[in-house]
Design a binder for this molecule. Structure first.
Ligand SMILES: [Zn+2]
Length: 291
């Protein structure tokens, strides 16, 4: 499964990528990581990239593509990959297309995680980190609580601060720039019939379920080596059904109740119900047999 995941900051792309890595068993190929690794290892491409970065130039697409090509040759990428951070613009999308065509490994899907921009602003503006221990929280989705409420560094509650570029005005601008850059990419992949747009709002498990459906990857729905679990909403539904069943089991069924009640019920009552109780019918049959 060869995919590109597109999603604005705050869209939950990181979480969903991680689940793909863990549950489908394909590597996430981040061009940022590739660059850092190549520079650290001192490969030929890494050396050239470092030269560009040291002289304040952008790393050329051809270098990044070279690193992607090398990375795709590694055994763990044989079953597929999630490309992260590339392509970022139309020129890169074309270049990637050519590379993957040469390698005979064309993309299977490009998934866009769609979240309303107001919701993105809300999510990102909720981010806080502790000035003392550096732990990251989100006031909306993962506030400090329980064992995490106390700072391991100071022994008192974390001292939460907001990153200057996580304030609403800056986030709105960052999202606008992201949209502007991504639009041509989205159009490009839509025209090729590769684009899948996923509603990425709401429960994280529900988003994963939608992603699994779009990618025809049932394994993605549930963590590995665990019985298949339905999406949270459906699970809730079946929990409700199960509860109903339990209640039904505790409350004797009408037939069982009738069985218990029947011997005490006078014949007249049975007649009023329009049919004779089974006990009486079988008793009659037995009588008949005896006759
Ligand atoms: Zn702390």
């Amino acid at each position: 499964m060869r995919i590109v995941l597109l999603g604005a900051p705050g869209s939950g792309k990181g979480t969903q990528s991680q689940r793909l890595v863990e549950r489908v068993g394909i590597p996430q190929i981040s061009t940022g990581d590739l660059l850092r690794a190549a520079v650290a290892k001192g490969t030929e491409l890494g050396r050239q990239a470092k030269e560009a970065m040291d002289s304040g130039r952008l790393v050329e697409d051809s270098l990044v593509l070279g690193m992607i090509r090398e990375r795709l040759g590694e055994p763990d990428a044989r079953r597929g990959f999630i490309l992260d951070g590339f392509p970022r613009n139309l020129a890169q999308a074309h270049a990637l297309d050519r590379l993957l065509a040469t390698l005979k490994q064309p993309l299977d899907a490009v998934v866009q995680l769609e979240v309303d921009s107001r919701e993105l602003v809300r999510r990102i503006s909720g981010r806080r980190s502790c000035a003392d221990c550096g732990r990251v929280f989100n006031l909306l989705t993962s506030p400090p609580s329980g064992a995490n409420a106390v700072c391991p560094k100071t022994g008192v509650p974390h001292r939460l601060v907001q990153r200057p570029d996580d304030n609403e005005a800056t986030v709105t601008e960052r999202l606008r720039v992201y949209d502007e850059k991504t639009h041509p990419l989205i159009d490009f992949y839509r025209a090729r019939g590769l684009l899948q747009v996923i509603d990425a709002e709401g429960d994280v498990d529900d988003v994963t379920a939608r992603l699994a459906q779009a990618l025809h990857a049932p394994a993605l729905r549930s963590p590995r080596r665990r019985p298949a679990r339905k999406s949270a909403a459906r699970a809730k539904g079946s929990r409700r059904k199960a509860a109903k069943k339990t209640r039904a089991a505790r409350k004797p069924s009408r037939r069982a109740a009738a069985k218990v009640a029947r011997p005490r019920r006078p014949a007249g009552a049975a007649a009023r119900h329009g049919k004779a109780p089974r006990a009486t019918r079988s008793a009659r049959r037995r009588k008949g047999a005896r006759r």
